[in-house]
Design a protein around this ligand. Structure first.
Ligand SMILES: Cc1cc2nc3c(=O)[nH]c(=O)nc-3n(C[C@H](O)[C@H](O)[C@H](O)COP(=O)(O)OP(=O)(O)OC[C@H]3O[C@@H](n4cnc5c(N)ncnc54)[C@H](O)[C@@H]3O)c2cc1C
Length: 358
């Protein structure tokens, strides 16, 4: 049985960043069910593909710049906020880098390709602890592969099997949403990010993102409600604002987490670490998660490089600021999600810009 110092389950922004930070000092295995070494299949990450200012800053601190074949059109400088609850619209200046998410993940993976071993199109199945080491069972093309490892990292996203099996139910868990995204032809020339607040649909928000010749419409509905029903209702209501969301060309759905306090974040236990969305790190106000994924992957990598035996304590220290960041976002929460406060902010035009004199 092959042995690794560190096995990372999930090669999204969190897992690939960890592998890149670790470099060549240890024997590292990176596992993903996606075929990241071949042509993209249907197994792609459901995401809006917006690289928000926090993620741009993270890339800058890593000394990385996004290559042009990862970008999609248009690059956006504003977000239009539609408030159905107060029947108001405002535009704010924001700079997002618009990327093809599958290409972005493949680019991040290319940066660690040479320093670790990879098993793609491979699912993590289960784990046993034998003589202080973890023995993992992986499944590739119907065949079982057994490996052993000192450290296991769950970088396996919102439905982390590593968290479920090795950490168990925590006292505090992020709130869960079902997110549906659909792709449409861009018939009305949408050229900015649109955020939609409507408490009839969800206590979070919905969005429209232009991507090359099309637009993505996405919603996040509380788990337990009929996500499809409310997603469709929001599309119907958006007609009134001139959006044509008919005849989708593609549809995807997945879970989305929303921590409502830093207590909802779990970095791991013993020799098991969690990074990215598996740890619960996602913005509670915007669902932006790429920055948290990359920054937590890097924080864990630096901790393991400093002291592999006591890495968890060091990781928690390195990543404490990310927990604080969740709490500071929660302090801004009422401005975006309290109907009365939002009405006041919109009415006063705080931070808003005029578009074409309106
Ligand atoms: C609809 C939607 C839109 C979003 N839009 C944005 C956005 O525009 N900008 C932004 O910053 N954030 C966005 N987010 C959040 C962002 O996508 C996540 O926070 C981010 O992808 C987390 O990165 P990660 O590496 O932790 O996990 P993921 O990107 O989810 O990666 C997890 C990886 O683990 C693999 N995996 C899972 N289970 C297994 C298994 N059993 N065996 C092997 N491999 C496994 C998966 O294939 C995947 O590659 C969005 C989220 C959703 C749901």
């Amino acid at each position: 049985m092959k042995h690794y110092d560190i096995t990372i389950i999930g090669a999204g922004p969190a897992g690939s960043t960890l592998a890149r930070t670790l470099g060549e000092k240890y024997r590292v295995l990176l596992v993903d069910k996606r075929p990241l070494d071949k042509e993209p299949s249907k197994l792609i990450k459901n995401c809006g593909g917006l690289i928000a200012p926090d993620a741009q800053k993270a890339l800058a601190t890593f000394g990385l710049s996004i290559p042009k074949d990862v970008l999609v059109s248009p690059q956006m400088f504003s977000v239009e906020s539609i408030d159905f609850d107060n029947d108001m619209v405002r535009t704010y200046q924001r700079h997002y880098i618009n990327v093809n998410r599958e290409c972005y993940d493949r680019w991040l993976y290319s940066l660690c390709e040479k320093s670790c071993e990879q098993l793609f199109s491979t699912r993590y199945r289960n784990v046993n602890k034998v003589d202080g080491k973890y023995q993992l069972t992986l499944l590739k093309n119907g065949e079982h592969i057994e490996v052993s490892t000192d450290i296991i990292v769950g970088a396996d996203g919102a439905n982390s099997k590593i968290k479920k099996e090795l950490i168990g139910k925590e006292e505090h868990e992020p709130k869960r949403y079902i997110s549906i995204q659909e792709w449409f032809p861009n018939r009305t020339n949408v050229n900015q990010f649109v955020a939609i607040f409507d408490k009839e649909i969800s206590d979070f928000y919905s969005w429209i993102i232009p991507e090359d010749d099309g637009i993505i419409f996405g919603s996040a509905v509380e788990e337990g409600k009929s996500a499809q029903k409310y997603h469709d209702l929001q599309k119907e209501k958006l007609k009134e604002y001139g959006y044509d969301l008919t005849n989708p060309t593609k549809k995807e759905g997945c879970h989305l987490l929303r921590p409502l306090s830093s207590k909802d974040i779990c970095f791991g236990e013993g020799s098991v670490a969690l990074i990215g969305e598996a740890s619960g790190l996602v913005s509670p106000t915007s669902a932006e998660g790429i920055s948290y994924a990359m920054l937590s992957g890097d924080a864990l990598g630096r901790a393991i490089l400093e002291d592999k035996e006591n890495f968890l304590e060091l990781y928690e220290r390195n990543a404490k600021y990310l927990k604080k960041n969740i709490d500071s976002k929660m302090r801004k929460y009422p401005i975006m999600y309290n109907q009365t406060i939002r009405k006041m902010v919109f009415k006063l035009g705080l931070g808003a810009i005029e578009v074409n004199g309106k």
